[in-house]
Design a protein around this ligand. Structure first.
Ligand code: CA
Length: 220
C-alpha cells in the first residue's frame, strides 16, 4: 500500500497534523488542504488516488466539494469525516458521491482499515489527471468524461494532454511541446496537428490557443 497519494481536506489543524503523521507512517503520500477552496484546487490540478474530506469546512463545504469534483469527472475514491453521525448525514454523504463515511470521533485503526478497503475496491491505482470535461487515465490512455463516456487517445494525444494538465495555468510554446512530447526532428506543425486531434475527440475547449505564445490546458 506504500506510495498511495492521498489528499486530506481538514480544517481542524490539530487533527490534520495527527492524521498526516499517522497516514505518512502507513506509507501514504499525504497532501493537506485546510479549507474546501484549496482542496478543490489541489484535487483539480493534481491526481490523487484517494481523498479524505471533512464535512464541515470553510470556503467550500465538504459535500459541496465532493459534488463539484464528481461533476468535473474526478473519480478518486473519497471518504467523508463528519462530526455528525446520523443516518441522514451518512445518506447525504454517500449521495454526494463519497464512497465511505466515518463519524467523529473515530479510531485511527478504523480510518486506516476503511482506507485499505476503499483502495481494494478501487484497485486501479492509476495516475490520473483532471482535464476540462473529464479525467485522463494515463495507464489506459482514456478520458472518462463527467457523463461517464470514455474516449480513447493515442499515445501522443495522451502525452500532450498530460503535459498540459500537469501545469494547468501554464502556457507551453510549440517548441517546448515539440521537444517534450514529440520528436524534436519533426516540424512544429505536428504540435498543431495533435492539438487538433485532441479537440476533435474532446471538444474545442480542451486546449486553449494563446496567440503568439503557444497552448495551455482549457479552463477547468
Ligand atoms: Ca471541520
Amino acid at each position: 500500500m506504500s506510495g498511495v497519494s492521498l489528499l486530506l481536506v481538514e480544517d481542524d489543524l490539530e487533527l490534520a497534523g495527527l492524521l498526516d503523521r499517522v497516514l505518512t507512517d502507513e506509507g501514504y503520500q499525504v497532501s493537506h488542504a485546510p479549507d474546501g477552496q484549496r482542496g478543490l484546487h489541489l484535487a483539480l490540478t493534481r491526481g490523487f488516488e484517494v481523498m479524505v474530506v471533512d464535512r464541515g469546512l470553510p470556503a467550500v463545504e465538504g459535500l459541496d466539494l465532493i459534488g463539484r469534483l464528481r461533476g468535473r469527472g474526478v473519480a478518486t475514491p473519497m471518504l467523508v469525516l463528519s462530526a455528525r453521525g446520523t443516518t441522514q448525514d451518512r445518506v447525504d454523504g454517500l449521495d454526494a458521491g463519497a464512497e465511505d463515511y466515518l463519524s467523529k470521533p473515530f479510531e485511527l485503526t478504523e480510518l486506516l482499515a476503511r482506507l485499505r478497503a476503499l483502495l481494494r475496491r478501487h484497485p486501479d491505482r492509476t495516475e490520473s489527471l483532471v482535464i476540462p470535461g473529464g479525467q485522463l487515465d494515463l495507464s489506459t490512455r482514456t478520458v472518462r468524461r463527467a457523463s461517464g463516456d470514455q474516449v480513447e487517445l493515442s499515445e501522443r494525444e495522451a502525452r500532450l494532454l498530460a503535459l498540459l494538465a500537469a501545469r494547468p495555468g501554464a502556457v507551453f510554446s510549440r517548441g517546448e511541446l515539440l521537444d517534450r512530447v514529440f520528436d524534436a526532428a519533426e516540424s512544429e506543425t505536428v504540435v498543431d496537428t495533435y492539438v487538433h486531434y485532441c479537440r476533435r475527440k474532446l471538444g474545442r475547449g480542451v486546449i486553449t490557443t494563446v496567440r503568439g505564445l503557444g497552448y495551455r490546458l482549457g479552463a477547468l
